[in-house]
Design a protein around this ligand. Structure first.
Ligand code: NAD
Length: 342
């Protein structure tokens, strides 16, 4: 575990619950992490190079500040150690592209921590969409409206370029939209910072075009008091109180789907706005996607699965985010070229 801060400790907890994995070592120079390692009985190293000189883990998770993902990812990939890197894959698409290229050259698995794809709700939604039950997907609408308490912004980087809810939060929604509806080929965005007055946006509204022809809208804000965001609706993280609402609406020619509630709408006979619409709700058992992500990572390491969220996925989601930021800055639609470094 490289980086045992907020998210790193959640991974360590997930590994502790897992039947498949055990923590080989913790790498993190902070005193808090040293103590955390000591309490858990894990070997501790201040630097990744120290750990690599002493141990050879079967895999590594990187949950350090974004700027470290590139150098630490490269060190691990060059040591032929499969790696799961927290989102965003890197600081920018060029660095993300370097990681993908290194992983491909060395044929070493590279996974990205867009953990929501491991949620059984998303797996059920993906199956429903792929089965054709909704017909051809025409449009999607996603909301990420939440209110970050004012003291969240006492940490200065959170108010500056490179932070902001598009990069920090919406990247997960973008990744899910790509997973469920397909590749995003163009975006157009507006952004505002009028409420908080920070250098970064507090709000953004975005139009998407998907490769299959569907259109979408996403809006994100960290300054709206509202119950409609994946964070507050999906109950993935007990830190967020659950609101029992939905935040994604996916519409097809033969039906539509609300998420995360998994209620779908369709008409048995004639499709018409004059006819009643039937509804049904899939009942699936909840599971912590971080646990599922760990067991998937183990399967990948053992050669029994291919990454559900590959380095290329991490790169493409980052490219969409870069295009959203560029569109909002330049006031024009921006094409997203899959695979090309932005
Ligand atoms: N998947 C998610 O939903 C999700 C949520 C939050 C954060 N994240 C991502 O996880 C990463 C970490 O975020 P966080 O909120 O846990 O941050 P954090 O600041 O709580 O933790 C980062 C840790 O990295 C350690 N660190 C710093 N330099 C290091 C080095 N050279 N080697 C090893 N460790 C070092 C720090 O001491 C700290 O403990 C970020 O990339 C962030 O975007 C993902």
């Amino acid at each position: 575990m490289v980086g045992a801060g907020l998210v790193g400790q959640r991974h360590v907890d997930a590994i502790a619950r897992s039947q498949d994995a055990a923590v080989a070592a913790i790498v993190d120079p902070s005193e808090a992490a040293r103590q955390f390692a000591e309490e858990g009985g894990y070997p501790w190293y201040a630097e990744l190079s120290d750990m690599l000189a002493a141990e050879r883990p079967n895999g590594a998770i990187i949950a350090t500040p974004n700027a470290l993902h590139l150098p630490q990812g490269l060190d691990l990939l060059r040591a032929r150690i499969p790696v799961l890197i927290e989102k965003p894959l890197a600081d920018d698409a060029t660095s993300a592209g370097e990681l993908v290229a290194e992983a491909e050259a060395g044929e070493v698995p590279l996974l990205v921590g867009h953990h929501r794809r491991h949620n059984p709700i998303i797996q059920a939604a993906k199956e429903k969409i792929s089965s054709g039950a909704l017909g051809e997907i025409v449009a999607v609408n996603g909301l990420c409206w939440l209110y970050k308490p004012d003291d969240y912004f006492d940490t200065k980087w959170r108010t500056q370029k490179g932070a902001g809810p598009v990069f920090i939060n919406l990247i997960h929604d973008v990744d899910l939209m790509r997973h469920l509806v397909g590749e995003i080929t163009a975006v157009e965005a507006f952004q505002a910072s009028a409420v908080r007055g920070h250098e970064v946006e507090d709000t953004s509204a975005i139009i998407l075009r998907f490769a299959g022809g569907a259109l979408g809208t996403l809006s994100v804000s960290d300054t709206i008091v509202a119950p409609w965001s994946w964070e507050l609706t999906a109950a993935e993280n007990p830190a967020y109180p659950e609101t029992q609402q939905n935040c994604y609406f996916i519409g097809g020619t033969h039906g539509s789907l609300e998420l995360p509630g998994l209620r779908s709408w369709a008409q048995d006979g004639v499709r018409s706005w004059w006819e009643p619409i039937g509804q049904s709700r899939a009942d699936i058992s909840k599971a912590d996607p971080l646990d599922a992500q760990i067991s998937h990572f183990c399967q990948v390491i053992r050669g029994k699965a291919t990454p559900l969220v590959s380095g290329t996925d991490g790169l493409r989601s980052l490219q969409v985010i870069a295009a959203i930021k560029q569109s909002a800055d330049d006031g024009v639609p921006v094409e997203v070229t899959p695979g090309a470094a932005a």
